[in-house]
Structures are given as structure tokens and as C-alpha cells.
Design a binder for this molecule. Structure first.
Ligand code: NAD
Length: 507
């Protein structure tokens, strides 16, 4: 700890930046509290970087780039493989960090890590995935081929709700492709980033290839305009995603910026209502609704609403809310302020004429009373004009909107400002196919409530859920983290002589 830090911090653990393969205190004296949300206490402080600290992280990544870029694909692959093995062996440690700082229950934390490991496994295929193309004899004795080369230093800025998985959507692909990384994780649950960066070094990654800088707007802004940062991968709320896209693009960077969401589940009258109710509860309340692919609106096509709501409410009674370490179903919200904001929608729903079927306030919890608790909450007869419908609430709140037809439900989804994920529940194959064709949303589930694509497809929403056209991971991830170069080559012989000022043509 530096002697410039305030006295109040001296008896609290302070999480450092990770720069050039070592803990780095940086020059800033600013810090932010990191809570244990199940206990409602400040567990540690995290440093908030100054612009100079960001410069140090970028300088470390820039210095590591030439050697890492020249490292053979086989060696890079071995390191990624070692990382995958270490991660599998020690994922329990990482899950404990996620539960302690985010609050999600252990099973959910392990699920998040498993989806991240998928991307590591995808990135293991980099020598094949980043292969170029070759065309022989495009003109007499002339060949054309393409190469995919790394960009250089890439910046990643991630949200609080997936402290392991979202960074893993990007850094395994970026690093396997030969780039060097500066990751700025959420300051609300920052420790997972350091843990992963350290594990990468244990796997054999050279110092400086993977750096972690902690901070808030100051650190983000420094990354967005830094001349040595070639690209920005951002995931977070829509207003910030838009800002990131505009700022980084105007500084000449390649940008992918994924934003917020409000995901609908359209339930047709022929759906199996028991399976649909299971799916709605799992997708609405898993991770306390703090998922960008959570279902937050059920569009019930009449006459199913009464039956469906009864089945959902019945299942909600069985959910155990509490400390994620104790084998509960649902944990706390990330901060007290966020819990209070989410809870405020319960009063708003009543004011706006909705029925509060289940009120999550005052829920009985298996955990300390000081935790940031809010139980699963269900609203019926929600108006699409209400803020409860319009806003991304990002908590354990499920709204039912009653509609008269498939067409009315589809129209509501298509008029929404977000287009991240959606699902239809039906036993009618034709309706499912029609929905996939007509819905204006980037990721669609047919009887699958959280349709997050596997690692070898790409993830990304439409409309205000994503800015720029670059999706995360999968083939889009390979394209994003590499730059294509086309080479036209010939080995000269006497037949190539002579003067010709015309534009080159094949012959
Ligand atoms: P957030 O936008 O508040 O923060 C995301 C990142 O931006 C953090 O690293 C944060 O430090 C930084 N940041 C915050 N305010 C900033 C500012 N004014 N200027 C510059 N940087 C700033 O999001 P969050 O609350 O951490 O995460 C939840 C949001 O992320 C939800 O809206 C959710 O839908 C979205 N999300 C989207 C996806 C997706 O794939 N589309 C995935 C996960 C989360």
C-alpha cells in the first residue's frame, strides 16, 4: 500500500491493478468499496486508476506485443491449453470469488465459468480459425493469399453481472490471435479479473500480455482515447455502450459495444404451460434477474394468462433466497442502491395499474439481514406504457403482459427499443419458424428461454442492445481481433518484363 492512501484504508484489503505480470498500486489515491452483497458489508477496496495508471498498463501491453505476436501459434496454443486445464482444476476458487462479490449462487457461478471455458476451447482452434485463403495462378505466375494478423493492444471493458464470463468472451480469442490485452472490469466485483490474469501467467503467458486496470469513468475514458489502443470491446448498459461506441470510434478504434436489454417470452396457447412456467422462473430469477439475457416480460397469448401466472407463482414460492454459499436458488442484488431502485418498481407497478401477484420485499432469506435482498416479484396486467415495462429493471422482477394474438405479441417485441434476446414457447413448429423469421431481435430461442449462442457461433443483439456490427466471440470474434491482409505475389522471370502503365489485369 502506498503511503499516499488515506488512513481509512490501512486496515482494509485493497485490490491492485495487474500490470506487466505483477501487482501494481498505481499513482491514484482514489478507491471504491467492493461489497459482499449477501452480508451487506464492505469486503475490500479497489483502486480507481488515474490516466497515468492506464498509460502504464497500455505501455506494458505495447511492450509485450512484438514478442507475443512473433510467438508461434503452437506455443500460444499450448499456453491456452494449459490455461484451460488450470481453470477446470481450480474453477471452484473462481466461483467462490464470484459468489462473494457478485452474490450469485455457486451453481450459477460455475455455470458462468463453464460458458467462459467454452470460449477458451474455441480459441484453442485459432491456428485453424485464423487461417487465410490462397488462390493460385490468379494471373500467369501470380498468386493471391490472405493473412489474419493481430491488431496490437486491445481494450476490454466489462460489466458487473458476469465478472468471469464476459471478459472471457473476448480475452481468450484476443490473446490466442496474438494481441495483448488491457482489461478494465467492473469496479463492483473486480477480483475475478486479477485471478484470471494471474492464472494465465501460471499457464505460461508472458508478463505484459494480459493486464488488468481497475477504475471508473476516468480509466475508461483514458482507454477510449489512448493512441496505442487499437480496439475496444465493451459490455454494459445502453447509455454507456452508446458513449463508448461514439468516443472510441471517433478516435479511430475498432469498437464492439454491447448494451442493455429487455427480453420477452411469447407464450402461445398451445405451449406446455408447466414447462413454460419452469422456463419463465429459471430465466426470470436466475442470478437475481441480473442477466442481459434474463426474461423480464412474459407475453401471454390469451386464454393462457391465468393458468400460466398461477403456475409461475406456485414455483416462485419454492425458491430459496439467500447467501449463495449456502446452496440457495437466488442470491442478493449487487448493491443496496440497486436493490432499492429495483424495489421501487413495485410501488410504481401499483401506481400504473398492474397487479402485484408476488411482492419480493420482506422475503425470508437464508443469510444475514444486512444483505441486499429482494425476493422474486411477479406483476400481472402490466401496461406497455408503464416504466415497469419500458425500463431495464435488471432485478428479480417478472412482468406479464396479456395479449390477444401472436401478431399482437410480435408487434410489442418488434416495437421495443432493445433487441438482445427473445423466446417463443409453442408446440407449433410453423409458429416457431414464423417467429424466428419475423422477430427483430438478435438472439432467438424456440422453447429455449435464454438463447445465448455457444462459443462457435457469435453473441450480440440488435437495436439499442448493440452498437457497431461486430458481435462477440465465435467467427465474429476472430474477425474482430484480427486484421486481414491480402498479398499478391509473383516470382519474377523474363516473361514479366516490359513497360505497361495500364491498371493491372489478369492474363
Ligand atoms: P455499466 O454500463 O454501469 O458498466 C459497464 C462498464 O462501464 C463498467 O466497467 C463500468 O466501470 C463502466 N462505466 C460505468 N459508467 C461509466 C461512464 N459514465 N463512463 C465510462 N465508463 C463507465 O453496466 P453494469 O451495471 O456494470 O452492467 C449491467 C448492464 O450491462 C445491463 O444494462 C446489462 O443489460 C448489460 N449487459 C449487457 C450484456 C450484453 O451482452 N448485451 C451482457 C451483460 C450485461
Amino acid at each position: 500500500m502506498t503511503d499516499t492512501l488515506t488512513d481509512t484504508l490501512t486496515d482494509t484489503e485493497v485490490l491492485n491493478h495487474w500490470i506487466n505480470g505483477a501487482n501494481h498500486e498505481g499513482s491514484s489515491t482514489r478507491t471504491a468499496p467492493v461489497y459482499n452483497p449477501a452480508r451487506g458489508i464492505v469486503a475490500k477496496q479497489v483502486r480507481l486508476a488515474s490516466t497515468a495508471d492506464v498509460d502504464a498498463a497500455v505501455a506494458s501491453a505495447l511492450a509485450a506485443f512484438p514478442v507475443w505476436r512473433e510467438t508461434s501459434q503452437a506455443k500460444r496454443q499450448t499456453i491456452m491449453y494449459n490455461f484451460r486445464e488450470l481453470l477446470n482444476a481450480r474453477k471452484g476458487e473462481l466461483a467462490d470469488i464470484l459468489t462473494a462479490e457478485h452474490g450469485k449462487v455457486t451453481a450459477d457461478a460455475l455455470g458462468e465459468i463453464a460458458r467462459g471455458i467454452e470460449v477458451v476451447e474455441f480459441a484453442l482452434g485459432m491456428p485453424h480459425l485464423a487461417k487465410g485463403e490462397f488462390s493460385e495462378n490468379v494471373s500467369t505466375g501470380v498468386d493471391v493469399y490472405t493473412l489474419r494478423q493481430p491488431l496490437g493492444v486491445v481494450g476490454i471493458i466489462s460489466p458487473f453481472n458476469f465478472p468471469a464470463m464476459v471478459p472471457m468472451w473476448f480475452y481468450p480469442i484476443a490473446i490466442a490471435a496474438g494481441n495483448t490485452v488491457v482489461l478494465k472490469p467492473s469496479e463492483k466485483d473486480p477480483s475475478a479479473a486479477n485471478w484470471m490474469a494471474e492464472l494465465m501467467m501460471e499457464a505460461g503467458l508472458p508478463a505484459g500480455v494480459f493486464n488488468v486496470i481497475h477504475g471508473d469513468k476516468e480509466a475508461v475514458d483514458a482507454l477510449l482515447v489512448h493512441p496505442d489502443v487499437q480496439s475496444i470491446s465493451f459490455v454494459g448498459s445502453t447509455p454507456i455502450a452508446k458513449y463508448i461506441f461514439e468516443t472510441a470510434s471517433s478516435h479511430g478504434k475498432r469498437v464492439q459495444a454491447l448494451g442493455g436489454a429487455k427480453n420477452h417470452m411469447l407464450v402461445l396457447p398451445d405451449a406446455d404451460l408447466d414447462l413454460t412456467a419452469d422456463a419463465a422462473v429459471n430465466a426470470g430469477f436466475g442470478s437475481a434477474g441480473e442477466r442481459c439475457m434474463a426474461i423480464s416480460v412474459v407475453l401471454a397469448v390469451e386464454p393462457v394468462a391465468d393458468d400460466l401466472i398461477a403456475k409461475i407463482a406456485e414455483r416462485m414460492k419454492g425458491l430459496r433466497v439467500g447467501d449463495g454459499m449456502r446452496g440457495c436458488d437466488m442470491g442478493p442484488l449487487i448493491t443496496e442502491a440497486h436493490r432499492d431502485k429495483v424495489a421501487s418498481y413495485i410501488d410504481l407497478a401499483t401506481t400504473d395499474g398492474a397487479d402485484v401477484v408476488v411482492d419480493g420485499r420482506g422475503v425470508e432469506v437464508d443469510g444475514e439481514a444486512s444483505g441486499f435482498w429482494l425476493g422474486p416479484t411477479l406483476f400481472d396486467k402490466v401496461s406497455t406504457e408503464s416504466a415497469v415495462y419500458q425500463d431495464e429493471i435488471f432485478g428479480p422482477v417478472l412482468s406479464v403482459v396479456r395479449v390477444e394474438s401472436y401478431e399482437e405479441g410480435l408487434d410489442i417485441i418488434n416495437r421495443g427499443r432493445y433487441g438482445n434476446g427473445t423466446a417463443i414457447f409453442t408446440n407449433d413448429g410453423g409458429a416457431g419458424r414464423r417467429f424466428q423469421h419475423e422477430v427483430q431481435v438478435g438472439m432467438v430461442g424456440i422453447n429455449v428461454p435464454i438463447p445465448v449462442p455457444v462459443a462457435y457461433h457469435s453473441f450480440g443483439g440488435w437495436k439499442e442492445s448493440a452498437f457497431g456490427d461486430a458481435k462477440a466471440y465465435g467467427p465474429a470474434g476472430i474477425a474482430f481481433f484480427t486484421r486481414e491482409k491480402a498479398v499478391t505475389s509473383r516470382w519474377l522471370d523474363p516473361s514479366h518484363g516490359g513497360i505497361n502503365l495500364g491498371f493491372p489485369q489478369s492474363h
